[in-house]
Design a protein. Structure first.
Length: 218
C-alpha cells in the first residue's frame, strides 16, 4: 500500500469496477487473464503511464493500441479526480497511482508520493518516462502546495540541483506563496480562478529568504 489510501471511498470503488468492466467484460481487452496493472505518474505538466496484464506467472505488457488499454475517461479523468480527492492542504497529494483490477474480485488503487519509473531492457528511460525536472515539480507544488517540511526529499533534491525555489503552502493565509505572489488554496488544491495577489516584502520580510536558506544554505 502506498502513502495515501482512498480504497474505501465510494468514488474510487466505482471507478475500479468500471475499469474491471473495460478489462474483463464481454468486449474487454484482458479477457482470459488474471489481473491488469496500470501505473500512471501524474505530473502537473505531463503524464506518463505504463502497464501489463498478468496471466498465471506471465506478464503481458500492454502496447500503444486503444484495443489493449483502458479508456482515457475511465482511467485518466478518474485519476484526475482521485488526485483532487486525496489532496490535503499543506500535506499534498499523490504522484504515482498503481491500479490493480481483477475479473473476480474488487480492485485496488495504490498511491505513492514518488515517481515509479522503469528502464527498458537496455537500461534506458522510455520516451516520456525519464524523471521529471525541477520546473515540473514546481508546477506540481503550485497546483497542490505543501508545507516545506512536507515536500519529499527526492523532490527537494531535484529543486536544489536546478536552483529552483518551490511554491509553498502558507497556513496563515491558506494560500500558496511563490515569486512574491499568493493565491488561495482550497481542499482540492490551488484556486487558479482567483487572481494572485502581490506579497509586500516590507510587510512580510524574509518569507522567501527563509525558504532559500533551508534549500540552498547561506
Amino acid at each position: 500500500m502506498g502513502t495515501f489510501d482512498l480504497n474505501t471511498e465510494p468514488f474510487v470503488e466505482l471507478g475500479l469496477q468500471r475499469l474491471s468492466g473495460e478489462a474483463f467484460g464481454p468486449q474487454g481487452f484482458a479477457q482470459g487473464t488474471d489481473e491488469v496493472v496500470h501505473v500512471l505518474i501524474h505530473r502537473r505538466t505531463s503524464t506518463f503511464g505504463y502497464g501489463h496484464m498478468v496471466s498465471g506467472e506471465n506478464l503481458i505488457y500492454t502496447g500503444r493500441s486503444d484495443a489493449d488499454r483502458f479508456s482515457y475517461d475511465g482511467l485518466n479523468i478518474w485519476l484526475d479526480e482521485c488526485r483532487f480527492l486525496a489532496y490535503s492542504p499543506g500535506i499534498g497529494t499523490w504522484t504515482t497511482a498503481v491500479v490493480h483490477v481483477f475479473p473476480d474480485r474488487p480492485g485496488r488503487l495504490d498511491l505513492y508520493d514518488e515517481e515509479h519509473l522503469e528502464r527498458d531492457a537496455q537500461g534506458n528511460w522510455p520516451p516520456g518516462g525519464q524523471p521529471a525536472g525541477a520546473q515540473t515539480w514546481a508546477q506540481q507544488l503550485l497546483a497542490f502546495p505543501r508545507l516545506l517540511n512536507n515536500i519529499p526529499g527526492w523532490m527537494l533534491a531535484t529543486l536544489q540541483t536546478e536552483g529552483v525555489t518551490p511554491p509553498v503552502y502558507n497556513p496563515e493565509f491558506r494560500s500558496v506563496d511563490w515569486n512574491n505572489r499568493r493565491r488561495p488554496v482550497t481542499d482540492r488544491g490551488t484556486d487558479f480562478a482567483a487572481e494572485p495577489t502581490v506579497i509586500d516584502p516590507s510587510l512580510e520580510p524574509g518569507v522567501f529568504t527563509k525558504i532559500s536558506k533551508r534549500l540552498f544554505g547561506g
